[in-house]
Design a protein around this ligand. Structure first.
Ligand SMILES: Cc1cc2nc3c(=O)[nH]c(=O)nc-3n(C[C@H](O)[C@H](O)[C@H](O)COP(=O)(O)O)c2cc1C
Length: 309
């Protein structure tokens, strides 16, 4: 059985969840970290050098890999290749991006329960590690309860845990996540449920658990600007209070990220994206983001942050 470090998990975030960021979040108390979504075809293509294709630190524990695809045999093969490196194999049934849904993967699979049943049953049987899934509620308002059928199928297939981003595919990121759906999911399955959508503070995390009965919360966008949120949640759950970071401390954590990013050779363009997110909510943030958008290398980027303190 996987032992999670805490109740708040780092969401899979494409373009953000490089190994340096995941390690930082894990060290700051994320109960479980996820890679960004990774193509099963990419894994098969890189099967002979998988550790350099999907990097991680042994200190990032426990860790999940998120796979996306549609082909059953290839999904199983990809999972078999990566399973020894991860504690959980997660399968994506929620990505709304047309690049993914056009391949009949991600949220498009919500409309294909028979296919999902075959895929998940085979996947669970093929690997020793627990299999989890992450879903959206449905395609649009009319089909917003597709998750219920998929969750039932997943549970019957031996899936160990299910995360629900409580929005439909059509919603994208607009509107508010409907936590009522998370409650309905929790009431309809007996496997652990991870609630996801619009948890921006430790108070939100506690509220989601109280209102929906979910076992864990998954935090996405709020963690990009503030990976410290995992420690804040853990402290809040334990003691009812948490430290609010001043800008100086936020910058210190960004430098910690840069240290790890060097270790893993994270590309400068990805580092810049992180730098942008980190300035959200900081004094003079908009001006800083303008400056960051102009920098050409790491030294120039560091100078912007150094000159603040
Ligand atoms: C930049 C970005 C990249 C994302 N990439 C993925 C991904 O690779 N796999 C996935 O299942 N969801 C992905 N998501 C969705 C998040 O995991 C999460 O479900 C969503 O952001 C809602 O949670 P939040 O309100 O805490 O941000 C992504 C979201 C964002 C903003």
């Amino acid at each position: 059985m996987t032992i999670y470090k805490s109740k708040s998990f780092l969401a899979p975030l494409s373009g953000i969840n490089d190994p340096a960021f995941r390690l930082l979040c894990s060290e700051l108390g994320a109960g479980l970290t996820y890679t960004e979504l990774i193509s099963i075809h990419g894994i098969l293509h890189h099967k002979d050098n998988i550790r350099s294709f999907i990097e991680y630190s042994d200190n990032e524990k426990p860790r999940a890999i998120q796979l996306f695809g549609s082909d059953i045999e290839k999904t199983v093969q990809a999972a078999e290749i990566v399973e020894k490196h991860f504690d959980i194999i997660d399968f994506n049934l929620g990505c709304p991006s047309p690049k993914i849904t056009e391949q009949n993967a991600g949220a498009a699979l919500l409309k294909k329960p028979e296919h999902v049943k075959k895929l998940l049953s085979k996947l669970v049987k093929a690997v020793d590690k627990p299999v989890s899934i992450k879903v959206r509620a449905g395609i649009d308002n009319k089909s917003c309860f597709l998750f219920k059928n998929i969750a039932k199928i997943a549970e019957e297939s031996g899936v160990s845990m299910i995360a629900l981003h409580a929005r439909t595919l059509k919603q994208g990121y607009s509107g508010k996540a409907n936590w009522e759906w998370i409650k309905e999911l929790k009431e309809s399955v007996s496997i652990p449920v991870i609630g996801n959508g619009d948890v921006n503070t430790p108070e939100d995390a506690e509220k989601m658990i109280k209102e929906t009965g979910c076992d864990y919360v998954m935090i996405g966008r709020a963690s990009i600007g503030n990976p410290f949120i995992f420690k804040q949640c853990n402290d809040y759950f334990k003691n009812g209070k948490y430290e609010v970071l001043n800008d100086k401390k936020k910058i210190d954590y960004f430098f910690k990220y840069l240290e790890y990013a060097k270790e893993f050779d994270v590309s400068f363009s990805k580092i810049k994206v992180h730098a942008m997110w980190r300035t959200k909510g900081m004094i003079g943030g908009a001006g800083l983001r303008r400056e960051i958008s102009q920098v050409k290398n790491l030294d120039e980027l560091k100078k912007i942050f150094h000159k603040l303190y």
